[in-house]
Design a protein around this ligand. Structure first.
Ligand SMILES: Nc1nc2c(ncn2[C@@H]2O[C@H](COP(=O)(O)OP(=O)(O)OP(=O)(O)O)[C@@H](O)[C@H]2O)c(=O)[nH]1
Ligand SMILES: [Mg+2]
Length: 429
């Protein structure tokens, strides 16, 4: 998308709206993050423009006067692109482009652009192309609708609509093809996962806000060589490495794409195959950048995505990272006591690593227990929960009772005692 000449850096102007009651998220912080996204995409941010409006205007998103002011600033400061903090309608995009003669982008396109730059694996590329086309498809329609409504008459109806149909069909065909290819990739992934399952090693999945330090931690623990960089969405493709805890317990550790607030739904949808790793994990390691001023909102954003992936309720080790950059030691203490089973580390300096490994050992030791249960088949929510947060080894229906042999985390185990098979106390695997 940023297809300027090689040495010419894209110069971006950021635009945000201050809206009453609509956005709980502070505008300033949202724009700061947008600036980080822009520089991660390779642009230089030359300024920000904000406006207080109850709701976006249909033609320009911002007011007309403001839009003209933006156009002038673009000329004055040699701005090459204008980036809006929310999704724009196709009409807004077009009007703004006409008024400013500059490239107009929104947050979603920016994130998709970064993903497109980062995707290395075939799977990653397929997923990002799918997300981009899904973003495009409704816009294709609305754009043509808009055109024929505005100008109407000869040349816009017949041929225009035919062209639209052709374009839409092409995009839909391509989407269908990408979905088929991804289904293949998914099958392959499933085989790999089954292979790993045979080893009976617990799988821990690193989750966290983008730039929290997930890849740095994976590299530190396993000596892997995953790109860790101070830019958003450095990692896109999942990496799984094995490592052995001091007590000889083996663990598979998966690193994957970072999360972000307002992560476009199209992205989550098309990255489902990759994010499946999170869904299938036995344990989540939630890495938090404690040195970030908005770490609490980042935690909430990550939890929201985890929920969307139907991976909530899994056993989670919260790792407060970057403590070397936290001056307020009191903050570390309060966070550690606020969140159970949490540890504070610096993946950079190694501080706190021993405690983290001990906590991992502790949490995973429970995974070595497996137990057998008899559960009435009508308890479908409970059975679904065992699937989601546990690791089912065997499942057998017998009339209206389900026999399940599974590894389950301690909290769930506590709630299942009344269903335990008579002669089966939890046993080491
Ligand atoms: N000061 C400090 N910086 C760290 C620490 N851990 C990671 N970083 C830095 O934080 C930045 C992001 O680290 P990554 O490991 O790439 O983060 P990530 O969570 O994998 O990010 P994405 O792949 O973008 O989701 C890098 O510049 C790291 O060097 C730490 O403990 N302390
Ligand atoms: Mg990473």
């Amino acid at each position: 998308m940023f297809d300027t000449k090689p040495h010419q850096k894209e110069k971006a102007l950021l635009i945000g709206l201050e809206r009453d009651g609509v956005s709980k998220w502070d505008l300033r912080e949202s724009l700061d993050e947008l600036a980080e996204l822009a520089s991660s995409a390779g642009a230089e941010v030359v300024g920000t423009v904000t406006q207080r409006l109850d709701q976006p205007t249909a033609p320009f998103y911002i007011g007309k006067g403001k839009a003209e002011h933006v156009a002038e600033q673009c000329r004055r400061d040699d701005v090459t692109s204008v980036i809006f903090d929310d999704e724009l309608s196709p009409a807004q995009g077009r009007n703004l482009e006409k008024l400013t003669s500059r490239k107009i982008l929104d947050r979603t396109q920016l994130i998709l652009d970064i993903f497109a730059q980062r995707a290395r694996s075939r799977e990653g590329r397929l997923q990002i192309e799918l997300a981009q086309l899904q973003y495009l498809l409704p816009r294709l329609t609305r754009m043509w609708n808009h055109l024929s409504r505005q100008s109407g008459g000869i040349g816009t109806r017949g041929p225009g609509e035919t062209q639209l149909e052709v374009d839409r069909r092409r995009v839909q065909e391509r989407i269908a093809k990408l979905e088929r290819d991804l289904a293949e990739v998914r099958k392959h992934r499933l085989i790999q996962r089954e292979g790993r399952r045979r080893h009976h090693w617990p799988v821990a999945s690193l989750v966290g806000y983008t730039n929290a330090g997930k890849s740095t931690l994976l590299n530190k623990l396993t000596g892997a060589d995953v790109l860790a960089a101070d830019k958003l969405f450095a990692t896109l493709d999942p990496t799984t490495r094995q490592f052995v805890l001091p007590n000889k317990q083996k663990v598979l550790l998966t690193d994957t794409v970072g999360f972000i607030k307002k992560l476009p739904h199209t992205v989550i949808e098309s990255f489902k195959a990759t994010l499946e790793e999170v869904h299938e994990a036995d344990l989540l390691i939630h890495v938090v950048d404690l040195s970030h001023p908005n770490f609490e909102e980042q935690i909430a954003a990550v939890n929201a995505v985890v929920r969307e992936l139907d991976a909530h309720g899994k056993q989670t080790l919260t790792v407060f990272n970057k403590v070397d950059a936290v001056e307020n030691r009191e903050l570390i203490r309060t966070q550690l006591s606020a969140i159970p089973n949490s540890v504070a580390i610096s993946a950079r300096t190694g501080e706190g690593m021993a405690e983290m490994l001990a906590e991992l050992e502790h949490q995973l030791s429970a995974w070595r227990l497996r137990a057998a249960y008899r559960i009435p088949a009508r308890q479908s929510a409970l059975i679904a929960e065992i699937h989601r947060v546990g690791h089912v080894l065997e499942l057998r229906y017998e009339e209206d009772v389900v026999h399940i042999r599974a590894h389950v985390p301690p909290e769930l185990e506590g709630r299942l005692t009344s269903y335990a098979e008579a002669d089966s106390a939890p046993q080491p695997d």
